[in-house]
Design a protein. Sequence first.
Length: 164
Amino acid sequence: MTADKAEGQATKNPAPRSSILVLGVGNILLSDEGVGVRVVEAMKEMKLPDNVELLDGGTGAFDLLDIIADREKVIIIDAVKGGGEPGTIYRFRPDDIRLQKQHLASVHQMSLPDTLAMAKILGCSPREVVIYGIEPERLDWGLELSSVVAAAVPRVTELIVREL
């Protein structure tokens, strides 16, 4: 665009971003794999501070890089196989995750830990990241959470609200 064309056009300022992001990730088509998204859906009914944004992050971890960049705090909710009983709630930080080496054919295969690592490399990591994981019972086709994982949703939302 030339300077002549730019003249007279208003520049858009991006809307200010919330300093805290609550990010539910997972695939709602695979029952308990979608628990992170279901927690965010439940939280949409709550009165939260103005500086908190809720987001359904789905399954596209690489697409989340710009969304998490430079936030004060990001709270991530996801299904996590930690070896506990189904419905067990885990709270940890990215440094607690042991990354497995894998060969990626494309950036679309990046995992959430890969995305957090990429943000660190690029110098745009959130100041603080907390992850709440819920041990799944079922990871097969279905839109509903198992009863034991569904029962964990109110407890996780309570823990997140305290975290805020």
